[in-house]
Design a protein around this ligand. Structure first.
Ligand code: ATP
Ligand code: MG
Length: 415
C-alpha cells in the first residue's frame, strides 16, 4: 500500500506516483493525462471516462456527457442532481466521485499496488471572494476522495506544486512567479526556490504570496463561441420590434455544465415559440437544429479547437457543416485577442497583484514559470511576462508540472 498525488483539473487530470524520480501514472492506455470527462452511455448501459467519454459522445451514442465538473465545487449546483439520460439522476459531486474512483483504479493498475494516501491539488480559490463556499468546495473534494478509499488526504496549492517541479531542475536560488493558467482557474504563486530550500518540508517562509482568479481556458472558449459561432445562430441579433433576442440560450450553450439544460422538452418548446423574434429566420432555424441534434458539446469543442489553432498566431476555419451545409467561419488570432481582452486583463492583473501582495517590485522577480494548457495563448503569456520586465520566461510541461510537483510534495510528506 502506498501513496499518490492527484491533479484533479477542470479540463485534464493526472496522477503522480513515487519512485526514485516522481513519475506520472498511465491513466488512459499509455496517456499520462485524462480529460476530466464522464459519459453516461445510455445505449450501452455503461460509463466512460476521458478520451473514451468524449469519443463515445461524438460517435453519437445516446447519453450524457459531463465535463468541467471541478468548476461546480462550492456552488449550489454541486449537491443538486442532474439527469443522466436513462431516467435516473445523479448528484454533481457524485460524478466527481465516480471520476476519482476511475482515476484511482487506473493509477493502481499502473502502480501495481493499492493507493491509500494522497495529496490533492487545489486552486488558490475554488470560488472567488467567498471563503465559506471555498471551504465547502475543498470539503466536497475531500469527501469524494474519502469515498473512493483514500484514508489520508492532504491538500496543496496547484501553483506551489508547479514551483516544486521547477525547483527540481534548478542549480541556483531565485524568486519565481508561477503562472498556472488552466481550464478553470489562473493561479499565481511567488516562491523562493533553490536546491538548499528544496530539502525542507516546511516552506511557509518561501511562499511570499499566492493568488488566483476564476478566469481561464474555458472562459476564452466561451468568448470565442459567443463572438463567432453563436452569432450565426442569432446571438445579439435584433428582433423586428428593435430589441435584442433573448441571450440566455447562447450563454447556456457555451457553458459546459449548462448545455444539457437547453435540451429539456420545456425549453425546446419555449424556443419554438420565439421564432417571430428572429429577423433572419435562418438564425432561428440553425438554433433549433443545434438543439434538436444536440450539438452543444460539439460546438464548444469546435470553439476550443479554433482557440488552440490560432493560439500562437495564424488563422483557422470553423466548419459548421453539422449545423448547415457549407457553413464555414474564418477565425483569426486577432479575433481571439479581441474576444478575450477582458479575460487577458483580469489574468494579467492577478499576476501583478500577486507581487503587490508580497511587497515585491516587479523587477525583483527573476523568472516566470508558465504551466497549464492556457499558457499556450501567446498574447496572454506575453501580457503576463510584460508585467515583469526582468523575469526570464520559462515554459514547463503544460499538463504535467502540477501533478509532478504534487508528487514531489507527497514524497516529502509520506516518507
Ligand atoms: N496549445 C494550446 N493553446 C492554448 N490553450 C490550450 C492549448 N492546449 C490546451 N489549451 C487549453 O488549456 C486548458 C486546459 O489546461 P489544463 O489541462 O492545464 O487545465 P486544468 O488543469 O484541467 O484546469 P485547472 O488547473 O484550471 O483546474 C483548456 O482550456 C484548453 O483549451
Ligand atoms: Mg491545472
Amino acid at each position: 500500500m502506498t501513496y499518490c498525488a492527484i491533479d484533479f483539473g477542470t479540463s485534464n487530470s493526472a496522477v503522480a506516483l513515487p519512485g526514485t524520480a516522481v513519475r506520472l501514472a498511465n491513466v488512459e492506455g499509455t496517456f499520462a493525462t485524462l480529460p476530466t470527462a464522464v459519459f453516461f452511455n445510455v445505449d450501452e448501459g455503461r460509463r466512460e471516462f476521458g478520451r473514451a467519454a468524449v469519443q463515445a459522445y461524438i460517435d453519437g451514442y445516446d447519453g450524457r456527457l459531463m465535463r468541467s465538473m471541478k468548476s461546480i465545487l462550492g456552488s449550489s449546483l454541486a449537491e443538486q442532481t442532474t439527469d443522466i439520460g436513462d431516467g435516473s439522476a445523479i448528484r454533481f459531486v457524485d460524478v466527481i466521485t465516480l471520476f476519482l474512483q476511475h482515476l484511482k483504479q487506473q493509477a493502481e493498475t499502473s502502480a501495481q499496488c493499492s493507493l491509500t494516501r494522497t495529496v490533492l491539488g487545489r486552486p488558490v480559490f475554488f470560488v472567488d471572494d467567498d471563503e465559506h463556499a471555498d471551504r465547502m468546495a475543498q470539503n466536497q473534494l475531500q469527501a469524494a476522495a474519502h469515498a473512493v478509499g483514500f484514508s489520508e488526504i492532504h491538500f496543496q496549492y496547484e501553483p506551489i506544486a508547479a514551483a516544486f517541479d521547477y525547483e527540481s531542475r534548478l542549480q541556483d536560488e531565485r524568486l519565481v512567479l508561477v503562472a498556472d493558467i488552466g481550464g478553470g482557474t489562473s493561479d499565481f504563486s511567488l516562491v523562493r526556490v533553490g536546491p538548499q530550500r528544496a530539502a525542507k518540508l516546511e516552506r511557509k517562509d518561501d511562499v511570499l504570496a499566492h493568488h488566483g482568479v476564476h478566469v481561464a481556458g474555458t472562459d476564452f472558449d466561451k468568448r470565442v463561441e459567443l463572438t463567432s459561432i453563436m452569432r450565426e445562430l442569432g446571438y445579439q441579433s435584433i428582433a423586428p420590434e428593435g430589441r435584442e433576442v433573448p441571450s440566455r440560450v447562447y450563454f447556456d450553450l457555451s457553458t459546459w455544465h449548462l448545455i444539457n439544460s437547453v435540451y429539456s422538452p420545456r425549453r425546446f418548446g419555449e424556443f419554438k415559440l420565439i421564432k417571430h423574434l428572429y429577423t433572419d429566420p435562418q438564425h432561428h432555424a440553425r438554433l433549433m437544429r443545434v438543439i434538436e441534434r444536440r450539438l452543444g458539446h460539439v460546438l464548444m469543442g469546435q470553439a476550443e479547437q479554433a482557440k488552440i489553432a490560432v493560439a500562437a498566431g495564424g488563422d483557422t476555419v470553423i466548419d459548421l457543416e453539422q449545423v448547415e451545409e457549407a457553413l464555414r467561419l474564418a477565425f483569426s488570432e486577432q479575433q481571439l485577442i479581441e474576444a478575450g481582452q477582458e479575460e487577458k486583463s483580469r489574468i494579467a492583473q492577478a499576476a501583478r497583484e500577486t507581487a503587490l501582495m508580497a511587497g515585491v517590485s516587479p523587477d525583483q522577480v527573476a523568472a516566470i514559470y508558465f504551466t497549464g494548457g492556457t499558457t499556450g495563448l501567446k498574447f496572454l503569456s506575453d501580457a503576463i511576462a510584460g508585467a515583469f520586465p526582468a523575469a526570464e520566461p520559462v515554459f514547463g510541461d503544460p499538463l504535467a508540472s502540477v501533478a509532478k510537483g504534487l508528487g514531489i510534495h507527497a514524497q516529502r510528506l509520506f516518507t
